[in-house]
Design a protein around this ligand. Structure first.
Ligand SMILES: NC(=O)c1ccc[n+]([C@@H]2O[C@H](COP(=O)([O-])OP(=O)(O)OC[C@H]3O[C@@H](n4cnc5c(N)ncnc54)[C@H](OP(=O)(O)O)[C@@H]3O)[C@@H](O)[C@H]2O)c1
Length: 276
């Protein structure tokens, strides 16, 4: 990214915090980052932590930025667009992380012909291990795609989807996904406690096992199926557990859960699109 690119974040909450930390940790200059929020106390915390310029007025921020990241809750996005609409033009890039709001809606709220990227990050972005799905409209240039990749690549991995509607599947898998693993860790911990382990030990075993398994799945070069086969010896303990899970339709339970998240993402998108 060219040093002169100015990135402005509207909304100074969790996700903006993660993205600004990521950018700065990756060498992006704090002097090229601006931040606005309605909460002056929060802004002052961010200002002292990051050294970024802060604003309580969103349109003042927008008029100074090449890239504007909407990091606010979906329900207030239409009103934010009205505030910044005069300051967005064909040269600006607008990036939304608001779940469910479609590119067309944002474009209409901004009065049209704007370069817009819609994204679906996830909370592990807070620890630099996120994954973000991104969709762009036709107005987004190659350079603007590279800037977007720099922003989300600074907190983990990111990838483009061909069609915006695929973001509902991304939401169901990775957007909501961390909670599925938290539930798995919680359930394993409780089982360990029931078998007589201390809570602290049971939790440590469960968390480290999740971390180790996902690191192996990512780095070993084997598929998850192959890795599972390798650790499942005939008549062994792992086989007993896997058999119990499969007898209770584990794969179907997971598939149904992810389909439920997908259906809800589409429903929310529809509700939000008809908001205004
Ligand atoms: N967290 C996630 O895992 C995740 C994942 C994917 C996508 N997202 C999306 O990311 C967006 C931000 O999420 P978040 O977790 O960062 O939310 P958050 O922590 O609530 O941050 C939003 C910030 O925007 C502020 N705000 C409210 N009204 C404003 C206004 N008119 N102008 C400027 N700022 C205003 C809020 O202040 P108040 O708190 O005072 O209202 C808050 O500080 C949401 O749309 C969410 O759907 C989040």
């Amino acid at each position: 990214m060219q040093k002169t690119t100015i990135i402005g974040f509207i909304g100074a909450g969790n996700m903006a915090y993660a993205l600004i930390s990521g950018l700065i940790n990756n060498g992006f200059p704090a002097s090229s980052i601006k931040l606005s929020d309605i909460d002056a106390a929060l802004l002052s915390q961010r200002e002292s932590e990051f050294g970024v310029e802060v604003f309580t007025n969103n349109s003042q921020l927008a008029m100074q930025c090449d890239v504007i990241v909407f990091a606010v809750k979906p329900k207030i996005l239409s009103s934010i667009c009205k505030q910044v609409e005069l300051h967005t033009n064909r040269r600006s890039l607008v990036v939304s992380i608001a779940a469910g709001i479609k590119i067309d809606n944002i474009n209409n709220w901004l009065k049209g012909n704007i370069s817009i990227v819609r994204t679906m990050p996830n909370t592990p972005a807070l620890v630099g291990k996120g994954i973000t799905g991104m969709a762009a409209n036709d107005a987004v240039t190659y350079e603007q795609k590279k800037i977007t990749e720099q922003i989300f690549g600074s907190v983990g991995e990111c990838f483009w989807v061909e069609e915006e509607k695929m973001l509902d599947a991304v939401t169901a898998l990775s957007g909501s996904g961390p909670a599925y693993f938290f539930l798995m860790i919680e359930s394993m911990t409780n089982a360990g406690i029931a078998l007589g382990l201390d809570k602290q030990i049971a939790e440590k075993l469960s968390i480290q096992t999740a971390l180790g398994a996902s690191t192996m799945a990512k780095q070993s070069g084997y598929s998850p199926h192959e890795l599972r086969a390798k650790v499942t010896s005939k008549n062994g303990t792992t086989q007993a557990a896997i058999k119990s899970l499969q007898d209770q339709n584990f794969e179907i339970i997971i598939s149904n859960a992810i389909h439920a998240a997908f259906d809800r993402a589409r429903e929310i998108g529809y509700e939000l699109s008809n908001n205004e």
